[in-house]
Design a protein around this ligand. Sequence first.
Ligand code: CMX
Length: 432
Amino acid sequence: MILHNKIDSQLESWRTRVTKLLKESGDKVAGEVTISQVYGGMRSVKALVTDISFVDPTVGIRYRGHTLPVVLEKLPKPKGAEMPYVGGLYYLLMVGEFPTEEEALEVEAEWAKNSTVPDHVFKILRGMPKDTHPMALFSQAILGLQVDSEFAKRYAEGMGKKALWRPALDDAIYMTSKLGVIAAFIYRLKYGDKGEPFYDHDADYGANFARMMGIKDKKYEDMARLYFILHADHESGNVSAHTMHLVGSSLADIFYAFSAAMNGLAGPLHGLANQNCLAFVMGIHEEFNGVPTKEQLAEYAWETLNSGRVIPGYGHAVLRVPDPRYTEQFNFGKKHFADDELFQIVEMMDEVIPAVLKEQGKAKNPWPNVDAVSGSLQYHYGIKEFDFYTVLFGVGRALGVTANYVWARALGQPLERPKSLTTAMLEDIAAK
Ligand code: CMX
C-alpha cells in the first residue's frame, strides 16, 4: 500500500546517509553522562535517535520537523471539519511528507479495511473480572492480536533483516486500525451498553471513534482527531516510546512491543497526569462551589505549594514555553464551550498559576503542559470516567511509536544494550 511504497522509495538514501555517518563519524562524542544522570533516570542523556519527532524547548513538539500549528494547518481535513484526518498525520509520521487529501484518505481506507477486531479479542475482554483497569484490558487486547503478526510469521520463515520493515508496517497498520474499536469497546464494556462497536467505512478514524464511543455532540469528532494527533509522539525517551523501542529492538513484533509500551503508559508518573489535573480542577470547583475569583485561586495555589504538593498540569522537564499541545486544546475549548465552569477554571489557572510559580521560583517552567486541559475537554463531552483517559492517550501514542518501530527495523537499529555499573564503580569514578 501507499505507506510501503513511500518508505520503500526513501529507504536507499536513508540507509546510505546513516551508513556514511557511522562510517565517517561513528567515534565522535554525542554527549557525556554524569553520575547524577546514571542514578537519575538517565535524564537528558543523549543516547537515542529518532527522526519522527523532536521536543524543541522553545516551540514544543515538532513532528517530522514541523511545529504543531503548522501540522494542524497543513494536514488535509474532512469536509466541514476543523481538525485534520488522523490518517494524514500517520502518513506524515511514517513518510516525513505532508500528504495530499487523496493520500490521507488512502491511509484512512486502509484503516477501515483492517478495522474488524477478531472475535477472540472481544472474548478475552469479556472474560476479565469487571473491575479490571481499562489499561490492563487494553494491553491484553493488543496481545490478543499478536497471533496474527505478519512480522513474527515472516521472521520464523527466515526473512532477511533488511526486509523485515515491510511485515512490521503490515502489523502497524493492522494494529492501529483496530485500536479505536478496541478502546471504544473497553469503554462500553466497563461503563456502557457492552456492545461491539461498528466501524463505518465511509467515515474517518476520528469520526468513527466519536460515534463508537456513543458521543452525540458532533464536535467530539474534531476533539478526537485533535486528541489523537496531539498525543501521537513526544521523542523517544519517555517511558512508552522508549519501552516500545527497547522491546522492539529484540525483534519482538509490534504487538509485544506496543503492549509493553502501554504497560509503561499505565504508570502514575506517565499517563495518569491528565487525570490528576482534572481532579485538581474539580477540587477547586468543589471547594469554591463554582468558579473562584483570581485572588481565591492564587491563595489555593499557594496553599497547595506550601503543603509540599505540585500544581498538576504546570511545569515540564524539557519545555520552557506553554506546551503547544495545551494551547491547541485550550483554543478548542475556548471556541466551543467557554461557558463550561471546569473550563473557566482551567482558563483562570492559565492566568494565575504562572505568576505564582514564578514567584515561588522553583519550577524551571511555570507554563501549562498538555495535561492541564485535556481531561477537562474529555469530561465536557461526557467521558467522565478518569480511568479511561490513559486508553485514549494510548490510542494516540500508537501512531508515533509504531512509526518509530517501522523505521527502526528499516534502518536495522540493533538490540538495545546499555552497560550497568555498580555503586562501588561509581564511587571509584568519583574518587578519581
Ligand atoms: N508545581 C510545583 N512545583 C513544581 C512544579 C509545579 N507544577 N513544577 C516543577 N516544580 C518544582 C519541582 O518539584 C522541583 O522542586 P524540588 O527542587 O523541590 O524537587 C523544582 O520545581 C524544579 O523542577 P523542574 O526542573 O522545573 O521540573 P522537573 O523536570 O523536575 O519536573 C514535572 C517536571 C512535569 C514532573 C514537574 O513540572 C511537575 O511535577 N509538574 C506537575 C505534574 C504535571 O503536570 N505532570 C505532567 C507532565 C506532562 C508531560 O511531561 O508531558
